[in-house]
Design a binder for this molecule. Structure first.
Ligand SMILES: C=C(O[C@@H]1C=C(C(=O)O)C=C[C@H]1O)C(=O)O
Length: 146
């Protein structure tokens, strides 16, 4: 969700669209293939990653609107999407997948919803999220609990 700031900075003012269905499908195919090997349900895992992608685009669209309305807030450097940003996303996705596998039991627990609300709030406070990122975080975690 937070890497979306770098994605938006890489794309803003270029012809690279916010929505890249080919890249999304590659990620989802890759995740589905790896899920099975980790003993995870591919459909559940794909749903979680679909939420990450949608949350990422919520942030990208929100930042585009902000930067268009307030040009003085536009980023001054443009990271390269392919060589700088997507390798970070690939690493983050590997970590997310590991954690998705490591949390099967707690995600199935009846305490999951409560833990998720508390954890989301703690992350929000620690990271000083603005309303755009708060909204994206809620979307990103919506299907974490089983
Ligand atoms: C992050 C990007 O933007 C969008 C979001 C994606 C994601 O969260 O992985 C993938 C493709 C794009 O639709 C990107 O283009 O890399």
């Amino acid at each position: 969700m937070q890497i979306a700031d770098k994605v938006a900075a890489a794309k803003f003012g270029t012809t690279q669209p916010i929505d890249d269905p080919v890249r999304e499908q590659q990620i989802l195919n890759d995740v589905a293939a790896k899920a099975a090997g980790l003993g995870l349900d591919p459909a559940t895992t794909v749903r979680f990653f679909r939420d990450q992608i949608e949350a990422n685009k919520v942030v990208q669209r929100g930042l585009y609107a902000r930067w268009t309305a307030h040009p003085e807030e536009q980023p001054t450097v443009r990271p390269d999407l392919a060589t700088e940003v997507r390798p970070i996303i690939d690493r983050l996705n590997a970590g997310l997948l590991d954690q998705f596998a490591a949390t099967v039991a707690v995600r199935a627990s009846h305490t999951c919803d409560l833990r998720l609300v508390i954890t989301t709030r703690v992350v929000d406070l620690r990271r000083h999220l603005d309303r755009l990122h708060q909204r994206a975080l809620v979307e990103a975690v919506q299907s974490v609990c089983g």
